[in-house]
Design a protein around this ligand. Structure first.
Ligand code: NOJ
Length: 896
């Protein structure tokens, strides 16, 4: 066997041998527990060409014209980053460019809630807050504002939204970057975000595909394999892939693979996931990138469908950050020597260029004007090179516009009122207020004093890691309370201080928090996941509440949190009158909250996850797992049954159910009507046949070695990743390729021939899969009326729609009792006596299960009785409509 792709830069062979011997001893440690039986990442080859779906055809036409003029080195150059901290330290990832043909380096930048590591931006509320609004319009408008800011900073890619982690593990570190522990909430919020962002011309990057549900051991490194998320076919389709399918349907330009393995195969080279599910079944036409430093093979990942390696350097199973790459010069070599078929590099390059055209970035897209590396105006132009010329790197462009308005609206509509005994809230601004907890104030050491928010000091407005952003300012709750209320005393401590004996009118407001983030940092012993603190409030928050409740007879608890916390230590104490979960509000944490406390608006957020009585109420299989020095097996044995799907099945009453959220208003639903829109058959109409791809027309003859030569006299920068090879190395590779003596050990099941129509997945056929899956089967409308007494604060109502499958089919398919399928929120707050109409819909996919034998979505009983439940929370569903009779009933008792 000739090892053709050793991950060593041109001219550094001897150095690489030294490191390879190190790697050999490390490999002794690369044990792995076997992936359990039944969890399979079957070979799926080759990568289906892009360019056949109608919604991308114009962009592919332009891309083909450009790519057909490119040399091999030019094609390769746009498929990877130029190395960590290169190109003025501009962005977290920077591709190579093709200046000859007008294709610039593309800037890839975090993160989901705003432009990371820069200034003059908006720190929007996190995904988890956005999910809690249950407001599609706001989800979209936040996306528009984020898109404007990324474009204003000159970032071509928005590395968001995040819909994986989906929220399977309550302790999972990055759940807060996404929208809540339900695939439909993730899918709708993700799609609205993508729409908003991409309408501004920015390429959204839906991440992380897939199974990145915990942070511990997420990543391959020379000593440790990443964990394997073992997910069965049905669960994959009905839960974890669901929001990705919706993202592809919405036209997302790019998708980021996760760090971990899925069913034993690393996500960035998992042919089953990328070639099979994403590019064939879901018909994805854009590009697939790695997570940062996640790539662990060169040829293998290319064959498995990866299109872009970020930031270009190796780490996964090799020597990190010495200017090595699995692609760039190595991909050039691998094409020349015949290991990577020419049609694969053609397809990779075309996908990148087509995405650029699809978002209109060929027309006057601004170049990046900021540096992720420094806040100084000038700095090294190649910070990764250590020795570098200097120049202007920061232009401090202000991209905020009036986005604080939308940021505040999201923060406010997210706030979830869990408890309000005796309508204790809203408070009068005249009430004597005693405020406890450091979470009420901005970090006294500076609002951005911890890099990437790697401390929980002061207000918790976002979690930590690459999903964070700098605050331009922070409207903290204590300043806002002091602005609005006459009589506020603040104790900036998390230990209950000694206080004067309260009068019965005194109100204590206690701020507590729970944080998590990315595994690249450890905060107060939590390694990204909440492994140390669990689901308890940090900094002895429970004791703070308990002590306040001993002293004061009126206590309001405000929680800033990444996810569920256990509230049992204090939730039923008689003096705890009200509880507000303010999630992660970003920069607008103050007025967004206090306007609710004082009744200028009514809370309208709903929980995007359940809050159980005890952590033991979750299935054991959703605990964090770790088997150091082996490959940790994270097996999804609970299947579909996460969060409320599990609690309902196990008959466990949570403290607060998924979707719960009170208002100062009282809502009554009436006048429900159900209409059949598209008649259902058991299996969808056959998928459309797949038209030929224009990528097939690109030249596939072995490129000349000269297409890969370094230009004469080229002055190389250390650690910069180039796609060129020294001429001798290019010639040697070409000789092997030209001889046709391919010796690359192709994976079992490998084929280079595009699949014939007969072998194409029945569930595919267009962007997002068979278009029939997206047909509306039933439309439901209903009236919601605010029945509160006049004089109470108006409020926005949310209707959540859940499906219950026909009894017989649900047992045949073992389907959760109820599953969220749609939601709607009133556009305006309803005053007492006011009504509004809300519309909800159910698609074919919503009423289907994934049939693992037929490999298709199946409506188990098209004429059977689907109960379509509507209400304000998963445990408060007073409306039901039946799919068979189209009869609706109101004021009924819900199914759970
Ligand atoms: C790793 C994170 O998992 C990913 O979400 C992020 O976009 C990249 N790092 C780049 O910072």
């Amino acid at each position: 066997m000739v090892i053709l792709n050793m991950g060593c830069p041109p001219g550094l062979r001897s150095l690489s041998l030294f490191f390879l011997s190190g790697a050999a001893s490390a490999s002794v440690l690369q044990q792995r527990d076997p992936v359990p039986a039944g969890y399979v990442a079957a070979p799926y080859y080759p990568t289906p060409y892009g360019g056949w779906a109608d919604d991308w055809s114009a962009s592919y036409e332009s891309a083909i014209k450009l790519v057909s003029q490119m040399t091999l080195a030019e094609k390769v150059n746009i498929t990877a980053g130029t190395g960590i901290y290169m190109l003025q330290g501009r962005c977290v990832g920077n591709t190579g460019s093709v200046p000859r043909l007008g294709l610039p380096s593309l800037c890839l930048q975090d993160g989901p809630l705003g432009v990371r590591t820069t200034d003059n931006i908006t720190a929007f509320p996190a995904g988890i807050s956005t999910g809690a609004t249950f407001n599609k319009d706001l989800m979209y408008e936040r996306g528009v504002a984020i898109g404007e800011e990324f474009k204003g900073k000159g970032a071509n890619f928005y590395l968001g939204p995040s819909v994986g982690a989906l929220g399977r593990k309550p302790r999972g570190g990055r759940n807060w970057e996404g929208f809540g522990s339900d695939p439909v909430l993730q899918a709708i919020a993700g799609a609205e975000t993508i729409k908003g962002v991409q309408e501004q011309g920015v390429i959204a990057t839906l991440k992380h595909l897939i199974g990145n549900e915990q942070e511990l051991y997420r990543m391959y490194n020379p000593l440790q394999q990443a964990y394997s998320a073992n997910i069965d076919d049905r669960t994959l389709h009905e839960i974890y892939l669901w929001p990705f399918a919706q993202g592809v349907k919405t036209g997302v330009g790019s998708i980021m693979a996760s760090y971990n393995a899925i069913n034993g195969s690393a996500a960035s080279q998992n042919a089953y996931i990328i070639n099979g599910l994403l590019k064939d079944e879901l018909g994805f036409q854009g590009l697939v990138m790695t997570d940062w430093l996640a790539q662990i093979s060169g040829v293998g990942s290319a064959l498995a469908g990866l299109d872009m390696s970020m930031p270009g350097d190796t780490i996964g199973n090799s020597v990190p950050l010495f200017g090595y790459s699995n692609w760039m010069y190595e991909l050039t070599r691998s094409v020349l020597n015949g290991s990577v078929p020419v049609d694969r590099i053609n397809d990779m390059a075309t996908r990148v260029v087509a995405t650029w055209y699809q978002l209109g970035q060929d027309k006057d897209y601004p170049p990046p004007n900021f540096s992720s590396n420094t806040a100084d105006p000038e700095g090294p132009l190649y910070p990764g090179a250590l020795i570098s010329p200097r120049g202007v790197v920061n232009e401090y462009v202000n991209v905020q516009g009036d986005h604080k308005i939308i940021a505040k609206q999201v923060a406010q509509e997210a706030v979830t009122l869990l408890k309000n005994n005796g309508s204790f809230l809203p408070l009068s601004t005249k009430a004597p207020l005693f405020v406890f907890g450091t979470d009420a104030q901005a970090d006294p050491q500076g609002i951005n004093s911890c890099t990437d928010k790697t401390c929980n000091r002061g207000l918790l407005g976002m979690g930590w890691g690459s999903g964070s952003a700098n605050y331009p300012y922070l409207d903290d709750p204590i300043s806002s309370l002091k602005r609005k209320a006459a009589n506020v005393t603040y104790y900036a401590t998390d230990s209950f201080p000694s206080v004067a004996a309260p009068s019965s009118n005194d109100v204590a407001i206690v701020f507590i928090s729970s944080d998590s983030g990315e595994n690249s940092y450890t905060v107060e012993n939590n390694h990204g996941d909440r492994d140390a603190d669990g689901l308890k409030a940090w900094h002895n928050g429970d004791t703070l509440v308990q002590k306040a409740a001993e002293k004061y007879s009126n206590v309001v608890v405000v929680v800033h949190t990444v996810g569920p916390i256990i509230m049992e230590p204090w939730i039923n104490l008689p003096s705890v009158k009200a509880v507000l979960v303010a999630h992660l509000p970003g920069q607008e944490a103050g007025d967004s909250l206090t306007e609710l406390i004082f009744g200028e608006a009514s809370p309208s957020g709903h929980l995007p996850y359940s809050i159980p009585v005890s952590e033991d109420d979750y299935p054991d299989s959703v605990s964090l797992v770790a088997t150091p020095l082996s490959q940790t097996q994270d097996t999804y044995s609970e299947g579909l049954y996460i969060d409320y799907r599990h609690l309902n099945k196990a008959n466990i009453k949570p403290r607060f159910a998924f979707g719960h959220g009170l208002s100062y208003a009282s809502f009554h639903f009436s006048n429900a009507t159900l209409t059949r829109v598209t008649p259902l058959s058991e299996v969808p109409p056959p998928r459309p046949s797949k038209p030929a791809s224009p990528v097939a027309g690109l030249n596939t003859t072995l490129p000349a070695a000269a297409e890969a030569y370094f230009p004469d006299g080229f002055d190389r920068i250390w650690r910069y990743l180039y796609s060129w090879l020294p001429s001798g190395e290019a010639d040697a590779a070409h000789e092997i390729g030209a001889a046709g003596s391919k010796t690359y050990p192709y994976p079992a099941g490998y084929s280079a021939t595009q699949k014939p129509a007969s072998a194409q997945p029945p569930a595919g056929g267009a962007s997002g899969g068979n278009p029939a899956l997206w047909d509306t089967a039933y439309a439901l409308t209903l009236t919601v009326t605010n029945t509160a007494a006049s004089g109470t604060t108006p409020g926005k109502a949310v209707a959540q729609a859940y499906v219950q499958f026909p009894a017989s089919s649900s047992s045949a398919f073992d389907t959760p009792v109820i599953q969220l399928r749609d939601f709607a929120k009133t556009g305006a707050a309803l005053a007492p006596g006011q009504s509004a109409q809300l519309s909800l819909s159910f698609t074919r996919r919503d009423l289907s299960v994934w049939d693992t034998v037929r490999q298709n979505w199946v409506v188990p009983e098209p004429a059977g009785r689907y109960s379509l439940w509507v209400g304000g929370a998963s445990d408060d569903l007073p409306v039901v409509c039946y799919s068979d009779t189209l009869v609706c009933e109101v004021d009924v008792t819900g199914p759970v």
